[in-house]
Design a protein around this ligand. Structure first.
Ligand code: PMP
Length: 435
């Protein structure tokens, strides 16, 4: 068994999760992990929101094992195969009617970043415009195009090189209103600002090809956009002939208590970006888009690993399992329960400035004491201490958001009530130790 110190000797300083959680993880079942010492953890990371059904879900494992016995292709570029056929059929059956009936799919390289690249490229090709609008706090991936749309400046050193052509709009983040208000008007101000900017011939911003948005900003601090805001954004972009790209890499497949987060508002984007959970725990990414956009030609977005058949089998099995077991509704209920527990912790620990999110995509912003009911500055050090204490008590959570001050919880959709209770108990004792 390798020692954990062996790995940290050779692995780069750029690693992230391994730097916070220094253990050798040897087993995972559902949301329970075991390390080499036999200690158990409750995993609220779910591989950054990938594992809709937790680790090693029997339904998915059985489907993959069965597939591996069949001698079918396991990697297939973008060739037609039975596994792809079955996956596409299952995927399309889940899509909103407009995309189901008039949508096209492109499988991309296996990362969410690559699907974002494809979406941006398609929008630029179709509109023959290059400008992109993204949102402050947005996260879309680490490849150059996706990075250009990222709010967080840390991975964007030499930012000028990667942000050319992208402009950042204020995202509705009422707790820390980008317009300096108490938050009650943030949403409307953000749409009004966008409308004014796009109508102003002297705004300095060229007519964009697309607006790229997350329905719930994940890495940006678990900040949900309301259904009303999403609808207004959809109307505005449609009115102005700007494509709307919705990045559901993290929110897709039940995470927010609906199969896709766009369903909360009923909007249909021009391009929908999916990855993470859609591959059932294996690498896969894709875009689904309105068929009239399909004006590009062979090879305009290629990639070797676009045909991961195991991910297609696992993805289809995951979608089927979620639907057969009512796990979307279950995630909504479990999310409410977890949120109630977090709210009650927030009443006891004043550093918990806000509990927010949707479904099982929840965040808790940690702040210094404020005044007049408003939070003080983000408390990065305390958030880090809480994360450390959680880990010591057998709970894996991530921090994100501005100054890494938001505790993020992304448990699997099938988290049991008992597990919710255990997550809250461990968090409570971590808060007691850290606060
Ligand atoms: N978009 C969103 C919303 C994401 O959360 C992420 C990853 N956290 C990505 C894109 C990029 O995905 P990947 O890390 O697979 O490239």
């Amino acid at each position: 068994m390798p020692e954990i110190s062996d790995l940290s000797k050779v692995e780069s300083n750029a690693r992230t999760y391994a730097a916070s959680f220094k253990q050798l993880f040897v087993k995972g079942n559902g949301m329970r992990l075991k390390d080499a010492q036999g200690r158990e953890y409750l995993d609220c990371l779910s591989n950054a929101g990938t594992l809709a059904l937790g680790h090693n879900p029997p339904a998915v494992r059985d489907a993959v094992l069965e597939f591996l016995q069949t001698d079918q292709l396991q990697q297939a570029l973008d060739l037609a195969t039975p596994a792809k056929h079955a996956f596409v059929k299952t995927l399309f059956a889940t899509l909103p009617p407009a995309l189901r009936e008039h949508g096209k799919v492109l499988f991309c390289g296996p990362s969410g970043s690559d699907a974002v690249e494809a979406a941006i490229k398609l929008a630029r090709h179709y509109t023959q415009r290059s400008t992109l609008l993204a949102f402050q706090g947005g996260y879309h991936g680490m490849t150059a195009g996706a990075l250009s749309a990222m709010g967080n400046l840390k991975p964007k050193f030499h930012a000028a090189a990667v942000t050319a052509g992208t402009h950042f709009m204020p995202f509705p983040y009422p707790l820390r209103c980008p317009f300096g208000t108490d938050g009650s008007h943030t949403e409307q101000l953000s749409i009004d600002y966008l409308r004014t900017l796009l109508g102003d011939p002297e705004s300095g911003v060229q007519q964009p090809a697309a607006v790229l948005v997350e329905v719930v900003q994940g890495e940006g601090g678990c900040i949900p956009a309301s259904a009303n805001w999403m609808r207004q954004l959809r109307e505005l972009t449609r009115e102005l002939g700007i494509l709307l790209i919705v990045d559901e890499v993290q929110t897709g497949l039940g995470r927010t208590g609906s199969l896709f987060a766009i369903e909360h508002s009923g909007i249909v984007p021009d391009i929908l970006v999916l990855s993470k959970a859609i591959g059932g725990g294996y690498p896969m990414s894709l875009i689904v888009f309105a068929e009239h956009l399909d004006t590009w030609t062979a090879g305009m977005h290629a990639g070797t690993f676009r045909g991961n058949q195991i991910a297609m089998v696992a993805g289809a099995a995951t979608i089927e399992h979620i639907q057969a077991n009512g796990l979307v509704a279950r995630a909504a209920r479990a999310g409410e329960r977890l949120r109630e527990g977090l709210d009650s912790l927030a009443r006891r620990y004043p550093a918990l400035a806000e509990v927010r999110g949707r479904g099982l995509m929840l965040g808790v912003e940690i702040a210094q004491p404020g005044q007049d009911g408003r939070p003080g500055p983000a408390d990065k050090a305390l958030a880090a201490a809480i994360k450390r204490e959680c880990f010591a008590k057998g709970l894996l959570i991530e921090t994100g958001g501005r100054h890494s001050s938001v505790l993020r919880l992304l448990p699997p959709l099938n988290i049991s009530d008992e597990e919710i209770g255990q997550v809250l108990e461990r968090l409570d004792s971590a808060l007691e130790a850290a606060c």
